[in-house]
Design a protein around this ligand. Structure first.
Ligand code: HEM
Length: 429
């Protein structure tokens, strides 16, 4: 068996699978599989799949499980111990229903988006006063404050800001040795304690959580045995709503870059806000957000384990083999996406492409019945309103900043955070 490639994965990040495919399949170029390549990670072989067929295989729960798929060294700091991400079968269905009920209710999500929009307008007014600002930290704080309040967690504003920062540090460092990873773990411990205390206080009646709020739901959540989840696990799941919402700020930074590179879309989005009198839920801004999620890097790959012998592109996958879904390559598959490198939001205008098999920025299949992300309404809504407000702001990128990112650093982010200058204008909103 060939050498372990875990170090290559840490070094190559997003381009690891592409590089592995190129190196392994050059000998058989005529018969080159589109996705299938077997790599060796953490001492075990793993087979890469992708494209629409790969997505169908990966989300076939009769052939794949999640338990043991993600290395604990990554899953623990990012998702927390006992999180929904690693569950299977009835246990997963029971836990997942809570997320789907809380996060896929359009009316409730609209309340979150309106709250976030109000905070975003305030933040951008402050930018106007100061002559500009930086997209990533601003979006981190706005999304953090909004989701904490919407989740039914009443805490002082400085705690909202601190927790938003903690959660952003977890996302930033979970896959990057050494200092970012240590920082991520430190913040994980702090956030776990905080979230467990919120659950404990809610259960004991010392804290009021509005009915139907995320906090009320996690505090009341039961396992398949009918018992309340232990406070640690309930807290972990509370954070599994807050943390990824804050992480949408990474897409916001990329969205700001995309807007700067597409002046025509900037005009269209600004006009849409003016016509609709709202930045929430605009069809053009929503299509723009989908295209940002398709084009820019966030999740590189997902992991499962085969539960029985199967195959992909004639490559045998024995039971027990780790399987990686190549998210980045699937979102850029030239057989599925014409001119995949071109930024073109029209692909998502009234086409339903956001529900097509090869669109997997937040996983594939159905959120109700599989592991697909239940937070897409939230993520797309926040990203769309942010792009719409930035379009309306009509700022410009500050020259000389480093908008590049490292393909080796997961998750990616433009290095400058995206610095925007704004001319003094009368305030709107
Ligand atoms: C930054 C934008 C986001 C990205 C890129 C993202 C991506 C993903 C991906 C790739 C998965 C795994 C899918 C799978 O394993 O098959 C996932 C799962 C999940 N996401 Fe998101 N997500 C985002 C935002 C959100 C938001 C805003 C929420 C909550 C408000 C959320 C909550 C979850 C939860 C609870 C799961 C676990 C689902 C399960 O295992 O059944 N995510 N997300």
């Amino acid at each position: 068996m060939w050498l372990d490639q875990t170090v290559d994965l840490l070094r190559d990040g997003y381009v690891f699978t592409a590089r592995a495919r190129r190196e392994r399949s050059s000998a058989a170029a005529a018969q080159r599989p589109r996705y299938a390549v077997t790599v060796r990670l953490l001492g075990r072989p793993a087979t890469v799949v992708g494209g629409a067929d790969g997505v169908r295989l990966f989300y076939d729960s009769t052939r794949m499980r999640r338990e043991g798929a993600m290395p604990q060294a990554i899953a623990r700091p990012l998702f927390g111990r006992g999180a929904v991400h690693g569950l299977d079968g009835e246990e997963h269905r029971t836990r997942k229903r809570m997320f789907v009920d809380a996060l896929m209710d359009r009316e409730r999500v609209d309340e979150l988006l309106e709250l976030a929009d109000g905070l975003m307008v305030e933040a951008l007014q402050e930018w106007r006063r100061r002559g500009g600002g930086v997209v990533y930290p601003t979006a981190t704080e706005v999304y953090g404050r909004a989701v904490i309040r919407w989740a039914g967690i009443e805490v002082p504003p400085e705690v909202e800001a601190r927790r938003a920062d903690d959660l952003a540090v977890i996302v930033d460092g979970f896959a990057t040795p050494v200092m970012p990873y240590v920082a991520a773990w430190r913040r994980r411990v702090v956030c776990d304690r905080w979230a467990a205390a919120l659950v404990r206080e809610t259960r004991s009646g010392r804290r009021a959580a509005p009915e139907g709020s995320v906090l009320a739901r996690v505090a009341a959540q039961r396992g398949t045995d009918g018992e309340l989840l232990d406070v640690h696990t309930a807290g972990v799941e509370l954070l599994n709503v807050l943390r990824p919402t804050v992480a949408v700020a990474r897409f916001a930074a990329f969205g700001a870059v995309a807007l700067a590179e597409a002046p025509e879309w900037r005009r269209r989005l600004a006009d849409e806000v003016a016509e609709r009198g709202s930045a929430v839920g605009g069809p053009l801004a929503t299509a723009f957000a989908h295209e940002v999620r398709r084009v820019y890097p966030f999740v590189p790959a997902l992991a499962a384990v085969a539960t029985r012998d199967t195959e992909f592109e004639r490559c045998p996958i024995p039971a027990g083999r780790r399987v990686l879904l190549d998210v980045m390559a699937t979102n850029h598959d030239p057989q599925e996406w014409p001119e995949p490198s071109t930024f073109e939001p029209e692909r998502f205008l009234g086409t339903g492409a956001e529900w097509s098999a090869p669109f997997v920025p937040q996983g594939g299949g159905r959120p109700e019945s599989g592991h697909r992300c239940p937070g897409e309404l939230v993520a797309v809504g926040l990203l769309a309103l942010t792009c719409a407000r930035l379009a309306e702001l009509d700022g410009r990128l500050v020259r000389g900043q480093d908008l590049g990112w490292s393909w080796g650093r997961i998750p990616a982010l433009p290095r400058s955070g995206v610095v925007i200058a704004v001319d003094a204008q009368p305030s709107v909103g």
